[in-house]
Unconditional design. Structure first.
Lengths: 403, 531
């Protein structure tokens, strides 16, 4: 079996429930050249090398052949330093340290209150869908609160975000077509966000969007296009991934009654268990947006300048050369250095938010849902190979403990 | 609960500062934190430690029940007998832990001349001076339970290598089968003892020093005079400016940090000082400290004839290695440190490697293969830790299982809101080139080269790229690096690094060789008469 075939199986939605055997096969070669000319890197050390290698760009305009449909203002995830750093700093100013260190921790009471309501609503019945009823509504409520999106628009918003996620991922052949589809959906969302930004400009609140449109400092200010591109990125990345983290987490716990009992007995354990989850069942499985700016030798292979590079994070975090018993879920693994949030200057912007949400909601689910059982294993999965998680996660249970 | 962050590993991701904002504070890429947060912060600290992307946050073993530390391979060699560690600071304490982790079951004695448990020094010139963290909140966590006889407040006065005894100040002695020397350094005092005794004259090395200086700064002196613009002097100057205290810094060299980073980056550091309102006098020295007639510091006279009025002076002229106690030991020990091989085994005056005497930390002078096998001492936090681990491992391992100390040195400092990191040995250079970012923006990577090879890199708030440059050093990559990369600004041309001539640190000691027959030839150190 060639590595190329293993990678094709990873992309095939039919194998979504368990990609790990294929990822393991892929790992036999640290670097694999695919038929479409892109390179997949699958071992921990080599992925970390490339995440910190300044010869690797996140800006696909650096590809050797035909650039994609031009995007008017790329979000910072698709930019390199110094533009990336400037825009990320302008965004971070309203979200985290050094200027807003207390924002994420300050959301904890709201996360808990929302979680409590969502779990309260599960009372009076014996079957629920963890995805639709808990894992989805919490992150969307949090990101909308943070950004300043009115609660009544959340539903519309989720539909758009879903459609955009389906167009992401590796594969060079249909990339242009997918970019066109994405563009079509994005236009609706962008129009909506531009309108919202305009409202905040006139009447600023204490949300991030207001910060984006009003702040000006040493890095200048965000242009209206940058405001829209940044908000769009945060909205999509801020909830699509966290849904999967929560759902993957509940699934992992429910598959192992002893593990579930341990987490119930020791509430601290959820902290390190979420870290292990990011290693073991990462919501972001692949990074498919990198390009070499020069010839780069990694894992004994020369990746020529201008090549698309895919980093198989999910494979790297289970690399036996890096971690003991990689296929075992150890809720108190220490140290636990994983690729769940990537690494280097593009390290997941919303990581602290995702961690805290998952810790809060999984802790509460474990504590309050009595005798939960999986209805179907594996559950049905969403098609994306990049942002991987269950479409639905039905559970049966005996009741709901009081908050 | 006790916390320590390995800032050598920290890349400034800031996850801890998000999740425990009352304990960890980020300034750009500089991390400041409370090493002893209250128990009400426990959950926050656990979240922060778990989230660190490079797992650089270490907690006291008692604070976490989640220990599942990987077991070490069983030691192959001497796992019993008597081991004595002289020096109970970072290196000594770390070595003690590693010895137990590696399966040493014999008796372990740790001799330390300070009266308290080991503490962390880097915070002393930063968060402690700022007043953000009390001076006694710097105790190092115990990473594991270490069964040892800790002799606090005990000073070693001699080493009898042949008789295998450590002699103590109070006349007692402690026998050993193997001994680790890790006595570290102390602040170099102001040479004029009378002037040094003036009230208001400080040095900064110990927890007590920091408490005293903090108190002096909190009293808001009219001006603080800092003698020396190395890393410590610069960090203190930075704190004073943050406290809005007037500061004069007097530096013998042409710019701050010149001895560590060379003149090009030194010039950038000088701009940092001046932008933050430091009165920086380079190419100048203090010739005398002046009292007010009542034993209090009033000011200083400088080599350019000018005077400075200041109620507080900090002597930051580097450090002195605590090796005097080894004077008659027969080891190659002097002001330059204690010579050893790459496996941390001490070398005697003849240049022969000893079997049972090991050295680690600030006093260890070892040959580094990456730097033409030159002997070097590295007074870095990270070096103390890794060298102590290597030494401890080698103390319980037989010949074939010993490890060489080959790690590339990493150093950090935070000053004026900038996190400065270096990898490699920046003074081992003839040229440098700024590859990423720009010095004007104070965010950049500078790569150092020596005779056409990359030998070091220095970053200002660009720490995430450092490991890439470390690989260039390890792989002896040609200098200047020639590749396309992100954040490339125009044509980057190498310039002379302006590194000071390396000083031969052999003053005060001379070696004489006697005897003719190979079996008789011996080297011995001649010491200058002590004043």
């Amino acid at each position: 079996m060639t590595s190329d075939a293993a990678f094709q199986r990873i992309l095939d939605p039919a194998g979504r429930a368990d990609p790990y055997p294929s990822l393991g096969e892929l790992r036999r070669n640290p670097v694999t050249r695919l038929k479409d000319g892109s390179y997949v890197v699958s071992t921990y050390r080599e992925i970390v090398e490339l995440l910190h290698d300044p010869r690797v760009s996140s800006d696909r305009r650096n590809l050797a052949d035909a650039p994609e449909t031009p995007e008017h203002a790329p979000a910072f995830i698709r930019l390199d330093p110094p533009e990336h750093d400037r825009l990320r700093r302008l965004t971070m100013r309203h979200f985290g340290p050094p200027h807003s260190p207390g924002v994420v921790d300050g959301l904890r009471p709201m996360m808990l209150a929302t979680t409590t309501e969502l779990i309260d609503a599960l009372a009076g019945k014996n079957r629920a869908d963890v995805v639709d009823e808990v894992a989805y509504p919490l992150p969307i409520a949090v990101i909308c609160r943070l950004l300043g999106v009115p609660a009544e628009d959340e539903q519309q918003f989720h539909a758009w975000a879903d459609q955009i996620v389906e167009t992401l991922g590796p594969g060079e052949e249909d990339r242009a077509e997918r970019a066109r589809e994405r563009q079509a959906v994005s236009e609706n969302l962008e129009r909506y966000l531009a309108g919202l930004a305009e409202e905040r400009r006139r009447e600023p609140g204490d949300d991030m969007l207001s910060g984006f449109v009003t702040y000006e400092g040493p890095d200048g200010r965000m242009t209206p296009e940058e405001v829209v591109a940044t908000s769009l990125l945060l909205l999509i990345a801020g909830h699509e991934t966290t849904i999967n983290l929560i759902a993957n987490g509940m699934l992992t716990l429910l598959r192992d009654p002893i593990l579930l009992e341990r987490v119930r007995a020791d509430p601290d354990l959820v902290i390190t268990a979420v870290e292990e989850l990011l290693r073991f069942e990462p919501p972001v499985q692949l990074v498919s947006s990198r390009v070499t700016l020069d010839d780069v030798v990694v894992g004994g292979v020369t990746i020529p300048a201008g090549s698309p590079v895919v980093l198989a994070l999910a494979a790297g975090s289970r690399d036996p050369a890096h971690v003991r018993e990689p296929d075992r879920f150890d809720p108190c693994r220490r140290p636990n250095e994983h690729l769940g949030f990537g690494g280097g200057v593009h390290y997941c912007f919303g990581a602290p938010l995702a961690r805290l949400e998952a810790q809060v909601v999984l802790g509460e689910l474990v504590r309050r849902v009595r005798n939960p059982r999986l209805v179907a294993d594996p559950p049905p999965y969403r098609p994306s190979a990049v942002l991987r998680g269950p479409r639905h996660l039905l559970i049966d249970y005996d009741g709901i403990a009081p908050a | 609960m006790k916390v320590v962050v390995d800032l050598t590993r920290c890349q400034g991701y800031g996850q801890c500062a998000f999740l425990a904002p009352d304990v960890f504070t980020m300034r750009e890429e500089s991390l400041l934190y409370d090493l002893d947060p209250g128990d009400e912060r426990r959950e926050h600290v656990l979240r922060a430690a778990a989230a660190c992307p490079v797992q650089a946050i270490h907690l006291d073993w008692t604070a976490t029940r989640l220990t599942s530390e990987p077991p070490s391979p069983p030691a192959r060699g001497m796992t019993d007998g008597r081991i004595v560690i002289v020096g109970a600071s970072l290196a000594g304490a770390r070595a003690a832990g590693v010895l137990r982790r590696e399966g040493f079951t014999g008796s372990l004695t740790v001799i330390g001349d300070e009266s308290s448990e080991p503490y962390d020094r880097p915070p002393l010139s930063k968060q402690v001076l700022m007043g953000q963290v009390p001076p006694d909140h710097v105790m190092l966590p115990r990473l594991r339970e270490v069964e040892a006889d800790w002799m606090w407040g005990t000073r070693a006065s001699g080493l009898d290598v042949a008789g295998k005894r450590v002699l103590l100040d109070d006349g007692r002695e402690v026998g050993f089968d193997r001994v680790l020397l890790a006595t570290g350094t102390r602040a170099r005092p102001w040479p004029n003892e009378e002037e040094a005794r003036l009230e208001g004259v400080h040095t900064l090395r110990s927890m007590r020093d920091a408490a005293g200086l903090r108190e002096a700064l909190a009293a808001r002196p009219n001006r603080v005079l800092i003698l020396g613009a190395g890393f410590t002097g610069s960090e203190i100057a930075s704190v004073c400016r943050e406290l809005d205290l007037p500061v004069t810094v007097v530096e013998r060299g042409q710019a701050p940090l010149v001895n560590a980073l060379g003149g090009v980056i030194g010039d950038v550091a000088a701009q940092l000082h001046r932008e933050h309102g430091v009165d920086l006098r380079c190419g100048t020295t203090v010739t005398s400290l002046e009292g007010d007639g009542h034993g209090r510091l009033r000011g200083a006279r400088l080599s350019d004839g000018s005077t400075v009025e200041a109620e507080v002076a900090v002597v930051a002229l580097g450090s002195v290695r605590n090796v005097e106690w080894l004077r008659d030991s027969g080891l190659a020990a002097g002001v330059w440190g204690v010579a050893c091989d790459a496996g941390c085994r001490a070398v005697d005056t003849n240049g022969l490697v000893t079997d049972d005497v090991f050295v680690a930390g600030d006093i260890a002078r070892f040959p580094h293969p990456l730097y033409q096998y030159q002997f070097m001492t590295l007074e870095h936090w990270g070096n103390a830790v890794t060298q102590a681990e290597i030494a401890a491992h080698n103390m319980v391992s037989d010949q074939t299982h010993r490890w060489p100390h080959l790690s590339v040195p990493v150093f950090w400092s935070s000053q004026f809101g900038v996190n400065i990191k270096s990898v490699g040995v920046p003074t081992f250079a003839d040229e440098l080139v700024v590859t990423q970012g720009s010095t004007d923006e104070r965010r950049f990577v500078a790569v150092y080269g020596y005779k056409g090879r990359v030998t070091a890199a220095v970053t200002f708030d660009q720490g995430m790229w450092l490991e890439f440059y470390q690989r260039l050093i390890e792989r002896a990559t040609p200098f200047p690096p020639a590749f396309r990369h992100v954040d490339q600004r125009g044509e980057a041309r190498p310039v002379p690094a302006r590194v000071p001539e390396r000083l031969i640190a052999a003053e005060g000691a001379t070696v004489v060789v006697t005897g003719h027959d190979p079996a008789e030839r011996r080297a011995s150190l001649l010491h200058a008469p002590q004043s």
